[in-house]
Design a binder for this molecule. Structure first.
Ligand code: C2E
Ligand code: MG
Ligand code: MG
Length: 762
């Protein structure tokens, strides 16, 4: 029933009731009064009904308005195209999304004409009942339309009836799906799915190629999640395995470290958050081989669940480890003996030194050297030399105990670290045992079984502040043994003082060389036949700041070690030539001045050039200069020696063999080496008078020398008796305190002038 009819009926009823009430009031009887009351009652109830209908309608309208607003809001906020329309083509409301598609002006909120828009969107010319039925029922049908700007859209409309009003006009809501968007999304999805698959493939491939295994574990869980690669690497049983299964692959010695890691991760993972840690583990791989792995892990909190997890990468390091081991082996191995080398010795030595600092342990550090090893190299060749070194090392290894350590540290030098025993003579005993073993090996392999070895030793920690220092002291003690054979020397504090003293001398000597703080003394050489001065030996002295003079024995050996000797030799050469020139200018008879040269001058410098330069500078005839070389110096490298000496001789300079009789004297060398003078050592001379055998030997030497046109001079002649004996032996010249001590240049002039007048023959 329509609302207006209800209002009409109710109004007629109200007027009729009102008329009856007035009528009943004017003609009131009892019956009429009852009628009046009933009428009032009817009027009141009808009014209440009327009021209720009114209020109900109003609420309904308001609810409808609210629902419409909600519907509008919903429509506006929908991100997909949507519209609200009615089949009476009165109103149409479209949301922004649809507005954008069809291209209506959103800013002006232009209302589209439903008569134009709906046929366009639904491809319908007429909205009859069938068409509407189709629109509402088919929610998968595609409708295509072309917008004004020529863009084609394919849409699926999902339409439902919202309400139908009194006039039978229905309101519809249509929510559209833009198929172009869906298709784009689909293709994008396909693209990303493909990309993801590819990147997952790449990830798996790179993991496989780099052999990196990944594992994940959650705090509090005993399960871990290994990657496929890790499962393959270790032969794990699946995507989730118990910690115990992983632990069963760990090398027993590394289990403790792994357990500690698991405990830390279980209870204190939060302390390790976001820091990368690395540990090394040895694991049994799937094929049962024990391999080295590096395990890098990091604890982190998951952003979604907030749980603490630990992620780790396991990388096979076996090849690198093997390479490292090989490099270490090469770095610490001596290629000749295949035993430890100096680097390894230093490593072991430092460890032992540290041990002595924290315990009662003490060690002998013994430096060993094969005496005259160079002779094997020179005579038998390097291969034989190497073989000898190998034998020697094996003898050492067989002699020292398992607690001891031995290494070849250079050439024929070896070092041992041996635990100290109560017996202080233990190093001597050890050297004797090594010597015996060495002798036996030599008998079997080398014809020359007389090879011996020498040693120096120091005690650790007493004899040095570090292992380096103890070793240095042992080597120093060894150097003191030379040139004796098969000798062993302990390091003493006196030696230490010597080192300090030598260091001090060396430093001061450097300044002295710069300032030329040297002076030459000259010692006359006398003819035993007529007592005349035939020459002078120049002997250097070092002037000290206090005016005293330091003797050559106190500084020449140090100068030789530090190469300062070259500068000293240069000074001596120039000064003696200058002085000789001065004496010549003073009209003194023709004299030969001798100078002493050391091994360094002879082998490392161009001595010939140095000497000729001095002679040229001072205009001295070469025959006025004599060079004295000791026989040990001359025999060090005989080929170089001969070449150097011949060059000197060819210039007309004289050559004397100094200190003959102190070394391994062999008269054979007189034939080989181009000497012009043989200087018989002082010891020879001092023993001569009491020993007829010495006299005999001396006579033979002089005879042989003469046969080779080599003259002889005796050093250290102190007595007239010695001078007489020497003359009887045929020796031509003498030098010694009997005639004159080394003296400054000004005294020499007087000496020579005096000698010209008073010659004395003993
Ligand atoms: P040397 O060449 O054998 O010199 C002879 C040494 O014997 C000198 O000692 C001399 O003072 C000493 N002497 C000479 N006659 C007697 C004697 O009758 N009795 C005794 N007991 N000694 C006597 P000095 O001057 O101390 O020289 C020692 C050594 O130092 C020299 O021995 C020489 O090898 C070396 N030397 C000296 N000057 C130089 C130099 O300028 N250069 C080099 N490289 N060495 C030098
Ligand atoms: Mg000399
Ligand atoms: Mg001498």
């Amino acid at each position: 029933m329509k609302k207006s009819w209800v209002y009409a009926i109710v109004s007629v009823f109200v007027f009729a009731t009102a008329y009856l009430m007035v009528f009943a009031f004017w003609h009131r009887t009892n019956t009429e009064l009852l009628f009046l009351i009933l009428s009032i009652y009817a009027l009141v109830s009808v009014s209440i009904s009327f009021l209720s209908v009114y209020l109900w309608n109003r609420t309904k309208q308001r609810a409808k308005a609210a629902s419409n607003r909600r519907l509008h809001r919903f429509l506006t906020h929908l991100s997909t195209p949507a519209m609200l329309w009615d089949d009476g083509m009165n109103h149409i409301l479209i949301n922004d999304r649809l507005r954008k598609i069809i291209g209506t002006d959103a800013e002006n909120e232009e209302t589209p004409d439903p008569n134009l828009l709906l046929p366009l969107l639904f491809n319908k010319e007429e909205f009859n009942e069938d068409a509407l039925k189709e629109i509402v029922s088919s929610n998968q049908k595609e409708y295509s339309f072309m917008t004004e700007n020529g863009v084609r859209h394919d849409m699926i409309w999902n339409t439902s009836v919202v309400e139908t009003d009194d006039k039978g006009i229905s309101k519809f809501i249509s929510i559209g799906t833009d198929l172009a968007e869906i298709r784009a999304m689909e293709s994008e999805l396909k693209y990303y799915t493909k990309k993801l698959a590819a990147s997952e493939g790449k990830h798996a491939l790179s993991m496989e190629l780099t052999e990196i295994g990944i594992l994940l574990g959650e705090q509090g869980s005993r399960l871990i999640f290994p990657s496929k690669e890790l499962q393959k690497m270790l032969g794990l049983s699946g995507d989730a395995v118990r910690i115990e299964e992983l632990r069963s692959h760990i090398y027993p010695e590394d289990c403790e470290a792994f357990d500690r890691h698991i405990l830390t991760m279980r209870h204190r993972m939060h302390e390790y958050l976001n820091e990368i840690h690395t540990m090394e583990l040895r694991l049994y791989s799937a094929d049962g081989q024990l391999r080295w792995y590096s395990y890098r892990f990091k604890a982190t909190r998951m952003t979604d669940s907030g749980k603490l997890v630990v992620g780790g990468a396991i990388l096979d390091q076996t090849t690198e480890k093997e390479k490292d081991a090989e490099i270490e082996r090469i770095a610490y191995m001596d290629s000749v003996t295949e035993g430890p080398n100096r680097n390894r010795l230093m490593q072991v030595g430092r460890e032992h030194y540290q041990e002595t600092e924290h315990s009662d342990a003490q060690y002998w550090v013994i430096a060993l050297d094969i005496d005259k090893f160079h002779l094997i190299n020179d005579t038998c060749g390097y291969d034989s030399g190497n073989e000898l070194l190998r034998h020697f090392f094996h003898v050492i290894m067989n002699t020292i105990g398992a607690e001891s350590f031995a290494a070849r540290i250079s050439g024929d030098n070896f070092a041992l670290i041996v635990p100290c025993t109560e017996d202080d003579n233990f190093p001597q005993q050890l050297l004797a045992d090594i010597q015996t073993g060495f002798g036996k090996v030599m008998e079997g392999t080398f014809a020359n079984s007389s090879l011996t070895c020498s040693a120096g030793y120091a005690k650790m920690p007493q004899d040095g502040k570090s292992f380096e220092e103890v070793l240095e002291h042992a080597e120093f003690a060894l150097s003191v043994t030379r040139p004796e054979r098969s000798c062993i020397n302990p390091y003493t504090h006196k030696m230490h003082d010597t080192i300090i003293h030598e260091n001090d001398i060396e430093m001061r000597l450097t300044d002295a060389v710069r300032q030329q703080s040297f002076v030459l003394f000259y010692q006359p050489k006398i003819s035993l036949k007529d007592g005349s001065v035939i020459g002078l030996e120049a002997l250097v002295r070092w002037k000290q700041p206090d005016g005293s003079l330091l003797m050559p024995g106190d500084f020449i050996p140090i100068a030789e070690k530090s190469l300062l000797i070259t500068e000293i030799t240069r000074f001596v050469l120039h000064e003696s030539c200058r002085q000789l020139k001065e004496w010549q200018a003073l009209g003194l008879p023709k004299l030969v001045v001798s100078i002493n040269v050391s091994s360094t001058d002879f082998y490392q410098n161009n001595l010939h050039a140095l000497v000729t330069q001095a002679l040229d500078t001072h205009q001295i005839e070469p025959c006025c200069l004599e060079i004295e070389l000791t026989e040990t110096l001359a025999l060090k490298d005989i080929d170089v020696s001969i070449a150097q000496m011949e060059q000197i001789r060819a210039s007309g300079i004289q050559l004397a063999m100094d200190d003959f009789g102190t070394g391994y004297s062999s008269l054979g060398y007189i034939q080989q080496l181009p000497f012009t003078m043989l200087k018989l050592d002082r010891q020879f001379v001092s023993n001569m008078t009491d020993d007829p055998v010495v006299q005999e030997i001396l006579s033979s030497i002089v005879r042989i020398a003469k046969a080779k046109h080599v003259e002889t001079i005796a050093e250290g002649v102190e007595t007239a008796e010695q001078a007489k004996q020497l003359r009887l032996c045929g020796c031509e010249y003498g030098q010694g305190y009997l005639y004159g001590k080394p003296m400054p240049a000004d005294q020499i002039e007087t000496f020579i002038r005096d000698n010209l007048v008073h010659k004395k023959v003993y």
